[in-house]
Design a protein around this ligand. Structure first.
Ligand code: APR
Ligand code: PHB
Length: 395
């Protein structure tokens, strides 16, 4: 079989790229290793930058987002007994973020793809790109026990951190950069009203905690735990008690607790692979980079790659600018590294890294105190949180 763009992976990156291409009339096929239900079962973050919302609108996938997305003009950072509001709207000239779960984004994209009649192979095994540095790349895979070959013009590697696409870049060209943090986030979802109207990130001497939400009746909370921790070691009661200890008293007193409907531990990692393109293969999203969740940037960073890849494909198909593919990697990476920096900064300054009061913990307090009590400091946090502008392929 044949298509223009073979997309490997039906996470948010692959689905959004596929939808934009389909709307633009550029034929594409998605190969996904898992079932659709499995993909939808993964619970991830839920804060969308304006650029992410705009691209979902451009793809025509904004009905539910418009109806259920919660517009937030600010969020709080609590530390050392203070609770400081980062007034996003005021500090960025009216920008905001939209709270809407990644699971919902994925479901909306899957439904739109089905409605458009575009081809997706779920439970596609052993997808393998070939001849990516030739003019005729192709992907082999098996589906329901049958071997297939998909010929294409370009391959979009949207297959996440553990995918196959990154391994197609020759070892002597690929350079990876990584930082692991010795901690994880224990997250709980509950059918309880959120404790506050806006998100709260809390730096506490017992460890980081945060309060988020999915809707007026559904809350999402996290506490820092060792990366080796199992969610089975935490009863609901133990989780709520520890969360309350780490929140400002007024917040803890207002917290409505209830039965958890999900409880899981996520590791924290920073990772970047360079370059993000080899021949006719592009890497997008988690296939190329990971950020720790503290700045809520994972999905937004993936969407920025989709923006660049989509604009590139439009230039190729509308104006014959196949040469621009050489600019894809540098265009994405300039923004990726800035977002990696912000996510690292938030992680480094909001978590507890040592049981002792040492130089690092004092510097952390000074850093937060300085940034949060300075208009310029709050403005730089706000500017990054609402999302840096998308980078352009051409000046
Ligand atoms: N063949 C086909 N599909 C694959 C393969 C493979 N060899 N390997 C992985 N996949 C699929 C996975 O099953 C998954 O559904 O690729 C998809 C990748 O999706 P994500 O991991 O969600 O990555 P991405 O679409 O880039 O989304 C980035 O999601 O992981 C979060 O924090 C991240 O929010 C960010 C966003
Ligand atoms: C979430 O709602 O799951 C969430 C929000 C903000 C973050 C991380 C996760 O920084």
């Amino acid at each position: 079989m044949k298509t223009e763009i073979a997309i490997i992976g039906a996470g948010p990156s692959g689905l959004l790229l596929g939808q934009l291409l389909t709307v633009a009339g550029i034929d594409n096929v998605i190969l996904e290793r898992r079932s659709g239900d499995y993909v939808l079962g993964r619970i991830r973050a839920g804060v969308l930058e304006q650029g992410t919302v705009d691209l979902l609108r451009e793809a025509g996938v904004d009905d539910n987002l418009n109806a259920h997305g919660l517009v937030h003009d600010g969020f709080d950072i609590a530390f050392a007994g203070e609770r400081v509001r980062i007034d996003l709207a005021e500090l960025t000239g009216g920008k905001h973020v939209t709270v809407y779960g990644q699971t919902e984004v994925t479901r909306d994209l899957m439904n739109a793809r089905e409605a458009a009649g575009a081809t997706t192979y779920y439970e596609a095994d052993a997808a393998q790109p070939h001849a990516v540095d030739s003019d005729s790349p192709y992907v082999t895979f098996t589906h329901e026990g049958e071997a297939h070959r998909l010929d294409c013009s370009y391959i979009a590697g949207c297959d996440g951190f553990h995918g196959v696409s990154r391994t197609c870049i020759p070892e002597d060209r690929l350079k990876t950069f990584e930082r692991e943090y010795p901690l994880g986030w224990l997250g709980v979802m509950s059918e309880t009203p959120p404790v506050a109207d806006e998100l709260i990130y809390a730096n506490h001497k017992r460890g980081f905690a945060m309060c988020s939400m999915r809707s007026p009746t559904r809350s999402r909370y996290y506490i820092q735990v060792p990366d080796t921790e199992s969610p089975d070691n935490w009863s609901d009661d133990a989780f709520w008690a520890e969360l309350k200890r780490r929140l400002p008293k007024a917040v803890a007193d207002a917290l409505v607790t209830g039965e958890s409907i999900d409880k899981s531990v996520a590791p924290l990692r920073s990772f970047v692979a360079e370059p993000m393109q080899h021949g006719r293969l592009l890497l997008l999203g988690d296939a190329a980079h990971i950020v720790p969740p503290t700045g809520a940037k994972g999905l937004n960073l993936a969407v920025a790659d989709v923006h660049t890849a989509y604009r590139l494909f439009r230039k190729i198909y509308d104006s014959g600018r196949a040469d621009l593919i050489e600019r894809y990697s540098a265009t994405c990476l300039s923004r990726v590294w800035k977002t990696e920096r912000f996510s690292w900064w938030m992680t480094t300054n909001l978590h507890k890294f040592s049981d002792d009061e040492d130089f690092g913990s004092r510097i952390q307090q000074a850093e937060l105190g300085y940034y949060l009590n300075s208009q310029a400091g709050r403005a730089t946090i706000a500017e990054n949180y609402v999302g840096l502008p998308f980078a352009k392929l051409e000046d």
